[in-house]
Design a protein around this ligand. Sequence first.
Ligand SMILES: O=C(O)CCC(=O)C(=O)O
Length: 377
Amino acid sequence: MPQDWQIWLEQNLQRGCSEEQLMAVLKQHGLAPSQVFEPGDIDIDQSLREFVLERSLAGDGGAEIIADGMAKGWPAAQIEETYLDLTVDPVFRKLLQTQQKLNKCSWMMRTQDRLRQLQPNYAAQIERKSVPGFSEFVQQHYSLQVPVILLHGIEHWPARHQWSPEYFAAHFPEQMIEVQMHRQSDPNFERNSPQLKRLTLMRDFISKLMAVQYSNDMYLTANNAAQNKLLMQALQKDIADFGTGYCDLTQSERQFLWMGPAGTFTPLHYDLTNNMLVQLYGRKKVTLIPALQMPDMYNHCWVFSELNCLDNADLKQYPQLQHVTPLECVLEPGEALFIPIGWWHSVESLDVSISLSFTNFNQMNQFYNEYPSDLIK
Ligand SMILES: O=C(O)CCC(=O)C(=O)O
């Protein structure tokens, strides 16, 4: 605290003025309690500070914060003191500026989303149609970022007519593959996928997945792609261009295999590329949420939401979800779902399932490098 204020404070304390009165005057002049007292002099309850901080950042005013804080059991004077202390804190003012920018981005996204909902194929239903030429697809879907289910894109792939668990067991029995195992033992199985990687023989994996009725415990996923390069190379003979002119076939490392029993579940997330999910065997249920609904999706870390799925979500705990408009579809064998970049999705296998996703479109699809890294882990 500046020295002249220090002298003023000491003189008035000696004159017998109350500490509350003096604090009020100091605060009017922009001096916070933390500047008035040495650290440790005042016991400002940390959880109260967090409460006041969160509410202030949410845009609530002092009176509202005090009333709600009192309902939570804190004394009014302490809440007021914490609030006033915070409002003159330069770090807090920086935070407010950042929040303000964020609020404007969120407003813009919500507004764009509401206007796009005037298009029936945007978020009311997913269009199903025969695969168009690539330039038409780019005009109607890739550039506008509208999902679509495309039919007849893979009729010329041997994989479409041959792939099944039995095919993999018969053609690659001794192939060592990497898969995700023991997923059910970890509620954060997707985020912890590196720890759940296991090597196994193809024939053992296939017999395990055929032996269960419904299970999320084992799954060969895109997270295993690096280790399963050899398998993917061997599978190239069964895969070709999607439709005509969709894929850059020199980029075959941007194709990903998914194989598991009924019951595998990929939790809510978004991809950092545009993605085609091609269903080869069995069915999958996909829930999609527009990318522009990001402000309401509780994206707390990386590409994940605090929620694994939207079913039975607690609207009291996650009130923003009331603005979210999920779309569901069931993907049949031979169908392919275009998932635009940033669109949230969760995926459940309804049967034993084999899929292949690809990102090697003949169009720009490299946005990953500019994705902001998490500042808090
Ligand atoms: O098929 C799945 O289980 C998940 C697919 C997916 O999320 C993706 O390709 O991004």
